[in-house]
Ligand binder design. Structure first.
Ligand SMILES: *Cc1c(COP(=O)(O)O)cnc(C)c1O
Length: 347
């Protein structure tokens, strides 16, 4: 059923504390109205779920996933986390901070996935924060199978006597996705508590754990709230396949029935030239969110998601009466690695 049809006892309740979990996240994160941006765009009523305010090391969506990944790592008596990401990975930064909270070491592989960046790109923003948290870093050229690389390093560290716990890129496996299944339930509870209904949820989708977790979570509690993922990297079909695959595994973990791939919605019209390369629509979204709402987006993910929301409104995708919830997935630490590009696009 939709949120408009639900009473307070109509949805299934999932107890996420049945899974191993470490508290890392400020939650529930607020849902706020974007009054000035809604008015400016003249479309549906826009709301924002502030997962940029998850509280760990400047926030972001990886923190919810890390609650369950750290839970598993600690249950397995790990003494070290091993993960990977692009150079300006928000996931690596949040993993490095979570490791500190848990008293673990963190080792990360950083892929030079984005071409033609200046020297500062490898020093500032998230890379700087990774170092503040004491993570050890190794760089890799672009285009490798980075999860395979990181797993090989994990095995090497194990052979040297460490107890490493491997976390895939973006924290996107079924354990990590539980964080966003839990967020789906949090959104439903906030909506019921305030009487504010939502017709759509829009967000940026990359390594898939966030979208897969949300879709699985809404399905498992019995709420029909369509989730539109705006791809930051891949063409639609590949992203749908990847999200659907992880949704299936997440639903198994939740003991809930599977869903068809037709339920996975992805728009790939805002990728621009590729991962980590802001398109003109990305820069416009950063400028609009800043100037109408005082909100910082990031040039790799959340601004491509917001560009998708803006574009869908302009093409008349939503009804004027719709309430649309944008999930802010964080990432503002990466702004500092793109200062010149962003100021040039900030007309
Ligand atoms: C990782 C990330 C995303 C994408 O989430 P996935 O679960 O990888 O699809 C979106 N926004 C920000 C800021 C991120 O760091």
């Amino acid at each position: 059923m939709s949120l408009a049809e639900t009473g307070s006892h109509d949805l299934q309740h999932i107890d996420f504390d049945q899974y191993a979990r470490m508290a890392l996240c400020h939650q529930p994160t607020p849902i706020e109205a974007m009054v000035r941006l809604s008015e400016h765009l003249g479309g549906p009523s826009l709301f924002i779920k502030r997962d940029d305010c998850t509280g760990l090391a400047t926030g972001g969506n990886k923190t919810r996933k890390l609650e369950f990944l750290l839970g598993e790592a600690l249950a397995k008596h790990a003494d070290m986390l091993v993960t990977q990401g692009a150079v300006q990975s928000n996931h690596v930064r949040q993993t490095a901070a979570a490791a500190c909270r848990a008293g673990l070491k963190c080792h990360a592989l950083l892929e030079r996935r984005v071409p033609d960046r200046d020297a500062a790109y490898e020093e500032t923003g998230n890379v700087f924060l990774d170092k503040v948290f004491g993570a050890t870093l190794e760089f890799r050229p672009g285009g490798l199978d980075m999860n395979a690389e990181a797993m090989a390093v994990t095995e090497k560290l194990r052979a040297e006597g460490h107890r490493p716990y491997f976390i895939p890129g973006g924290g996107s496996n079924a354990t990590g996705a539980l964080g966003y299944a839990s967020c789906a339930q949090e959104i439903a509870m906030q909506a019921q508590a305030t009487g504010q209904t939502f017709d759509w949820l829009v967000m940026a989708t990359g390594s898939t754990g966030t979208q897969a977790g949300l879709v699985a979570g809404f399905h498992a509690i019995g709420l029909d709230l369509p989730v539109m993922g705006v791809s930051v990297r891949q063409p639609r079909e590949r992203q749908v396949d990847a999200v659907h695959g992880l949704t299936k595994k997440t639903l198994e973990k939740l003991n809930a029935p599977a869903i068809p791939a037709s339920k996975i919605l992805v728009d790939d019209g805002y990728v621009g030239e590729g991962y980590g390369i802001p398109a003109p629509s990305t820069l416009e979204a950063i400028s609009m969110a800043a100037k109408f709402e005082g909100i910082l987006l990031d040039p790799v993910y959340s601004a491509k998601g917001m560009a998708g929301l803006i574009g869908l409104i302009r093409e008349g995708f939503f009804k004027a009466t719709d309430n649309v919830l944008f999930l802010h997935t964080g990432g503002s630490a990466a702004l500092f690695a793109y200062e010149d590009t962003i100021l040039a696009g900030n007309a």
